[in-house]
Each structure stands twice: as structure tokens, then as C-alpha cells.
Design a protein. Structure first.
Length: 288
């Protein structure tokens, strides 16, 4: 994806404008690839047909989330509303890791989810020194890296049979944890001014998950959580609906839809953004 930024500046306010431009680009690309934030806890396939309660069960789930991002960004008092498609994100992708892991024994379990994403994009900054004269374009290259690491614990609050079938169950889990965000952006301007910015925060999260077997091979999963509470972001919520098909007791294919909202304000760079990420999601759960 290419981008163009146009403004009139002079040498005295060049530094301030560059900071504002850099913040804008950093936030735009954060919005572009926060999509790589995984579909955290709740996507795990249910246990393979009523496993023993005293045994550990592990799940590993690689996945992809094809998001569209609706965002409102405020930088230095200026608001920008944008909609970014998954194709724009994919075009600039330079590397990514999306993986969810879970361990459960009896009613208690743990989840851990590391995610890394890197994008590299070229663009043009249009610099206009004097009004009514042609603007001078300048090539820019943005390298953007993001880590999102989530972990926590869950408890199975309820488990019920579906009808008279001994192999079909409904379960309700509650969970709590934290989600760590780390963002870094480097801007190569082909000049002596090559700004870089970084930010990080931790959001506490709480939520619940409901899973039900529709048949021997088909299951559904609904998951929701809220968090932030002013500790990291001001507020965040997340919703997920997934349908899965068990090919065997070890492998389950998953497909669904997810929406994630966040309202974050950076005190160091005067940047605030509200965004809703939404789109189809798919993955494969390996359970053992």
C-alpha cells in the first residue's frame, strides 16, 4: 500500500511537523496490522469426546484472521477516519507469527499466545515549502514491528450433557489474564531526519467462553471479553463466534468471525485511536 501526505511547512516548524507525520504513520500502520492480534483464548477445540478429568490436555492452534479495520485516529488535535482492507495489510506483510497454546487439567487451565508481525511499506511525503509552487515529493520507507503476548488462566464453571448423548457436551469457562502490546516503527526519509517511535502497554482482560457439540463431529464456540479499564488502553472488548469440524480426536478445523474494539491513548506522543477490527477467521486445532 502506498500513502501520500501533503502539508505546507517551513524550516522552523519542520521538526514538529515530522513528529506529527511520524505519529500519524505509526498509528495508521498500527491500525493496519493490529489485525495480526490473534483470536485470543476461546478458539480451542473442545476435548476429544469426554477425556479423563485427571489428565493434562494440550492444544496448539495456528490461525489467520482476514480483518477489515474501521478506525478513528486523533493526532495533535486532528481526526482521521479510515477503513483498511485485509488486502492492504497482506500486500505489506514482511513476516508474522500467530499461535495459540492451551493446557488444561480437570476444571483448570492456562493459555498463552505470542504474536509477532512485521510490515515494510514504501510511500511518498509531499513537501511544499512555498505556496503556489510545485510540491517536492520525497520517498519514505516505514518498517513496523509489533509483539502481542497474552497469557492467563481459566476455570470450567459448568459442564452439561447435550440431550441423552454421552459424547456431546456443553461447557462454560470463565477466564482472566493480561495482554501485552509492544509497537515499534522506524521511518526512513532519505534524509538526516529518520525518526523512530515505540510504545508498549498491558491490558488486563476478563471474559467467558461457551462451547457446545452439535453432533459427534461439529461444535460451536462463542467467546467474549472486556479489558483495559484505563490500566493500558482506556477500554477494549472482543467477540468471537466459531464453528469447528473434528476430523479425528486430534485435529479440528475452525472457521468463524471475530470483532475487536480498542480505545487507546498514548500520553507520550499525543496519539489516540479508536478502532474496530472485524472479519472472518480460520485455523486448525491440534489437540493431544
Amino acid at each position: 500500500m502506498s500513502f501520500a501526505l501533503g502539508c505546507r511547512i517551513n524550516e522552523n516548524n519542520l521538526g514538529g511537523i515530522w513528529v506529527r507525520i511520524t505519529n500519524m504513520i505509526r498509528v495508521i500502520f498500527f491500525l493496519l496490522f493490529v489485525a495480526a492480534t490473534p483470536w485470543v483464548y476461546g478458539q480451542t477445540a473442545p476435548p476429544a469426546q469426554n477425556p479423563p478429568e485427571n489428565e493434562w490436555r494440550f492444544s496448539v492452534i495456528p490461525f489467520m484472521w482476514a480483518t477489515t479495520i474501521d478506525s478513528k485516529v486523533t493526532v495533535g488535535g486532528y481526526d482521521v477516519d479510515t477503513t483498511t482492507s485485509f488486502s492492504d495489510i497482506w500486500h505489506n506483510l514482511n513476516g508474522a507469527l500467530m499461535l495459540h497454546m492451551e493446557a488444561q487439567k480437570g476444571k483448570f487451565g492456562l493459555f498463552f499466545e505470542p504474536m509477532y508481525s512485521k510490515i515494510k511499506a514504501d510511500g511518498t511525503f509531499i513537501r511544499q515549502r512555498v505556496a503556489n509552487l510545485p510540491a517536492i515529493p520525497r520517498d519514505l520507507t516505514l518498517t513496523y514491528e509489533q509483539w502481542i503476548i497474552e497469557g492467563g488462566a481459566f476455570y470450567q464453571a459448568g459442564k452439561w450433557r447435550v440431550g441423552e448423548n454421552k459424547d456431546q457436551w456443553m461447557t462454560l469457562d470463565v477466564f482472566a489474564g493480561a495482554r501485552y502490546w509492544s509497537i515499534k516503527a522506524d521511518l526512513d526519509t532519505s534524509t538526516l531526519i529518520n525518526p523512530d517511535r515505540s510504545d508498549s502497554w498491558v491490558d488486563p482482560i476478563i471474559g467467558a467462553r461457551f462451547t457446545a457439540d452439535l453432533s459427534k463431529n461439529v461444535m460451536i464456540n462463542f467467546r467474549g471479553d472486556i479489558g483495559g479499564f484505563g490500566v493500558g488502553s482506556d477500554f477494549t472488548w472482543n467477540g468471537l463466534a466459531v464453528i469447528g469440524y473434528r476430523f479425528n480426536e486430534y485435529i479440528t478445523g475452525l472457521m468463524g468471525y471475530r470483532a475487536l474494539y480498542v480505545d487507546y491513548k498514548s500520553g507520550t506522543s499525543r496519539v489516540r485511536f479508536e478502532e474496530t477490527l472485524h472479519g472472518p477467521i480460520m485455523g486448525v486445532a491440534f489437540t493431544f
